[in-house]
Design a protein around this ligand. Structure first.
Ligand SMILES: NC(=O)c1ccc[n+]([C@@H]2O[C@H](COP(=O)([O-])OP(=O)(O)OC[C@H]3O[C@@H](n4cnc5c(N)ncnc54)[C@H](OP(=O)(O)O)[C@@H]3O)[C@@H](O)[C@H]2O)c1
Length: 248
């Protein structure tokens, strides 16, 4: 963005990884940041030192009342909403038939329905302002099946990219823009907390040294928010990986 100072930003999943790195950079830039995650104590640590420009809300992005509370807290405090960053998400590793119906539904609740429904909460405010930006943190798995045994995750992120694409088209000319971010391997807790993480660990270990850091990904996102186009690769690595996979 030309300047992030003073921008009112809603950020889900700020307690760890890419979200925490985004929160740090945004608060350093003078943005006003409302953060939501279940581990609220971590959000309070990020907010410390920024009492005027931070809101730390403990909540679950899949709960309607928690999504509403995030939007209301920011609008009541600051009177506007400039950017929604739908970052909270979870992975899933395992044989496709081992993922039961509940596992599929839970994954889609976090990775697809929560971002869609949070966008629905903020859009009336942004459309009235004739200005806003919705940033959906998707994945390279939104563009290609980037690995074996990640079918539910790939499906959820393809759905999120499809939503972003349709929304961008529908909002053209409204002043509200949409970006879909496609990171690749990033060294976060994602590979420890996602369902199937233990089984995935040997595979993950092979790529550890190749991973982007959350700080690199967060900086790459913020540097490109003003660029044209829907899909944003935060660093060169996911872009190169995508080109390679497209050629296969
Ligand atoms: N790491 C990668 O290689 C990679 C690659 C491509 C895309 N991504 C995407 O990047 C995004 C961030 O992932 P990350 O790598 O930074 O993972 P992470 O370190 O595990 O962070 C995930 C964040 O999401 C939050 N979250 C998860 N479920 C939530 C819920 N129900 N309600 C509220 N918050 C919730 C977590 O907070 P709490 O647990 O405190 O609630 C945490 O702050 C995700 O959308 C992920 O799919 C990651």
């Amino acid at each position: 963005m030309a300047s992030l100072e003073g921008q009112v930003i809603l950020l889900s999943g700020a307690s760890s990884g890419i979200g925490a790195a985004l929160a740090r950079l945004l608060l350093q830039s003078g943005s006003r940041v409302a953060m939501l995650a279940r581990r609220g104590e971590r959000l309070k640590v990020l907010a410390a030192g920024h009492p005027q420009t931070s809101l730390a809300l403990t909540g679950d992005i899949t709960r309607p009342q928690d999504r509403k509370a995030l939007v209301e807290a920011a609008t009541e405090r600051w009177g506007r909403l400039d950017v929604l960053i739908n970052n909270a998400g979870v992975g899933h590793y395992g044989d496709v038939l081992e993922a039961n119906e509940q596992a599929w539904r839970e994954l889609f609740e976090i990775n697809f329905f929560a971002p869609v429904l949070l966008a629905r909460e903020v859009l009336p405010v942004m459309l009235a302002q004739k200005q806003g930006l919705i940033v959906n943190i998707a994945s390279i798995g939104a563009l290609v099946a980037h690995s074996d045994k990640v079918t539910p995750y790939v499906a959820s992120k393809h759905a999120l990219l499809g939503f972003s694409r349709g929304l961008a088209k529908d909002l053209a000319g409204s002043g509200v823009r949409v970006k879909a971010v496609c990171p690749h391997l990033t060294a976060t807790e994602f590979f420890e907390v996602s369902p199937g993480a233990a089984a995935m660990a040997p595979e993950v270990a092979k790529y550890r040294s190749y991973m982007d850091t959350p700080g690199e990904v967060a900086q790459g996102i913020l540097d490109q928010l003003d660029d044209d186009g829907l899909v944003l690769f935060p660093t060169e690595k996911p872009q190169a990986a995508y080109q390679k996979m497209r050629e296969l």
